[in-house]
Design a protein around this ligand. Structure first.
Ligand SMILES: Nc1ncnc2c1ncn2[C@@H]1O[C@H](COP(=O)(O)OP(=O)(O)O)[C@@H](O)[C@H]1O
Ligand SMILES: [Mg+2]
Length: 229
């Protein structure tokens, strides 16, 4: 379970802080699939960076499975991130000069998976996303939909407890958007916890639960209907 309690986060540029999280409390239960909806600039990426231990709260508490993680050392945080958290970035963030398979192998290496297992596991993950014929392509040689599927294979190959997805359908055509949502749903059906941030109402409809990020807080959405943006 991921649990924020009275979480605060601010960027400091110049003299005035830019407050993004302002007393945000929420529990993301194990095995849940939550969509966080908010317009552009509301702090969705910031929230995922906090949940994914890529950034730290300014104040308040963040617990993973009951353990306070906000005050852990960078090394401990990296270890948790590498082993337990799959991250799907807004713009894929594949390593451009490593081929598709090597990108996925790298995630296993970082997660501490023994070398002799990596290649077969990477190939199996890429087969699951339908990219078994693209193993030796470089990321610049892929379409947007293919790149996002490689990124998803990379996020899921280590069997993380949690998948954090930052506008995963944002730059995709309808066919690829459906594909990505179906693959995320399959991970969820297998027991995974998903937190997806999006400003896309249709993507949010794939989740079990929709919450809104507004004025620095999360709250349950009245209905999966239309927020602007
Ligand atoms: N590194 C940063 N330094 C200062 N301000 C930032 C930084 N990153 C984002 N912001 C600002 O914080 C706000 C929230 O950003 P972000 O979390 O990226 O929103 P979203 O993902 O919802 O579009 C925006 O106004 C953005 O300009
Ligand atoms: Mg964003």
């Amino acid at each position: 379970m991921l649990e924020l309690r009275d979480a605060h986060y601010a960027y400091h540029l110049g003299s005035r802080p830019l407050n993004i999280l302002q007393g945000c409390s929420w529990r993301f239960l194990p095995g849940s699939f939550t969509a966080v909806r908010a317009p552009s600039g509301a702090g969705k990426t910031t929230l995922l960076n906090i949940l994914g231990l890529m950034d730290r709260l300014t104040a308040g508490s963040y617990r993973i499975n009951g353990e306070e993680v906000s005050s852990l050392s960078d090394e401990r945080q990296s270890l948790i991130r590498a082993r337990s958290i799959g991250f799907l970035f807004q713009n894929f963030r594949l390593v451009p000069d490593l081929d598709v398979r090597a990108n996925v192998v790298l995630a296993l290496e970082i997660a501490g998976v023994p070398q002799h297992e990596r290649r077969a596991r990477a190939e199996a993950a890429l087969e699951q996303v339908g990219l078994q014929d693209r193993l030796t392509h470089l990321p610049p040689e892929l379409s947007g939909g293919e790149a996002q599927r490689v990124a998803l294979a990379r996020a899921l190959v280590k069997n993380p407890q949690v998948l954090l997805a930052d506008e995963p359908t944002g730059n995709l055509d309808p066919v690829n958007r459906e594909r990505i949502l179906r693959l995320m749903a399959a991970y969820h059906a297998g027991g995974g916890t998903v937190v997806m941030v999006t400003h896309d109402a249709q993507a949010a409809a794939a989740a079990e639960q929709v919450v809104e990020l507004r004025a620095g807080r999360l709250r349950g959405a009245a209905s999966p209907g239309g927020l602007p943006g």
